[in-house]
Design a protein. Sequence first.
Lengths: 223, 231
Amino acid sequence: MHPLFELQNIRQHYHDRTVLDIASLRLEAGHIYALTGPNGAGKSTLLRLLAFLEEPTAGRLFFCGEQVRFSSRTALLNLRRRVVLVDQHPVAFSTTVAKNVEFGLKIRKMAKKQRQRLVAEVLDTVGLSQYCHGPANELSGGETQRLALARALAIQPEVLLCDEPTANVDVPNQHIILDVLSQINHKHSSSIIFTTHDQKQAEALAQHGLHLERGCLEYHNAA
Amino acid sequence: MSFFIQSFVAANQLIWSMDAELLNIVLVSLSVSGLATVAASVVGIPAGFFLAYRRLPGKRIYITLLNTLLALPTVVIGLFVYVFISRRGVFGSLGLLYTQKAIIIGQFILIVPLITALTIAAISRVDERYRNTAKTLGANAWQTALVVLREGRFGIAAAVISAFGRVISEIGISMMLGGNIKGYTRTMTTAMALEYDKGSFTLAIALGLVLMAISLLVNILFQLVQGRSGA
């Protein structure tokens, strides 16, 4: 069976600076990975590569056994519809909370009734049902983080990438987010890769730990 | 001073009595400037969006050229268009000179750079994360562009309002290309200039008041739109 992601000699440069240099890495499907490392270690860059939002400067990236062709728009679009990245500082589209969650479903041409049912279900999961028809840009930081998670969950991705999902939220919101991540891994067997600075959080949630230092993978083991 | 007060009172009476000539002038001004704004928006918004959204070689040069065009005097545009549409011009046979169409063409040239430049500013202000969020949620290139356009919509609306404010109050183009023909190409500004020349201030002041009222309305709208965009 093919691994979910396979990285071979992946390197990423910004101008003359090497921000990521990974000789080899295999990530298996259905697992939760915690990606740790100091600021500037390359965690967010790795997530953007895995989300197919950036093309590596060098190396090969495989997804489910197939090499990712960054030159093909159609191929990238198909891959992006299977993997979702939730940003560290997410933005809400300037519309209602429900329409934010509906976005991914609408572009996939899902029927209206099914969309509405899924939106209600997902908002309930993240505890934002009461704001359903309210303006999304009036939510607090923690609520916006939960909205971003809801937006990603609605499309039921095979892989969920979260960049420091609990870094800028209060303790109650942290618990909600971690519970949701754990739930969707169990319920839908979604693979989750998240970055964190909190070692305890990494150990509590993830089955595997990855540690980056100055763009290089220092260790890769069970958390 | 009493002369001014008398003219001011008479002008007010003219407005409240809905004087036919005054109404006609206001309607010509609104329709000509309105059409010029619509046409310029159809060209300027996509052009501005394209320049802001795409990574183009020489982008800064285009933007510098656009910003230069913002300072183009109305008389220069009037002269330029006149050369093309006068009897001896390339488009002389079309009979455009001293028509409302001629004013619309001139005003269109005046505000296309303005709408384009302000659209570039509005789209450039849209956070890069909106584009990435749309992409990661599975949006294709068009859907991603629409997300960015939607997030910049208040800035774009402000650009259009600002352009309308610019053309409704210009005089050089209307005078040179429209010819100030009564009931046909006489706009508020050209009528005011004529009344001033005649030394008859009543209609000029009445039109001035209407123009100020329109300008106030446009600015209120502009402030409301800017407030919604958070600017």
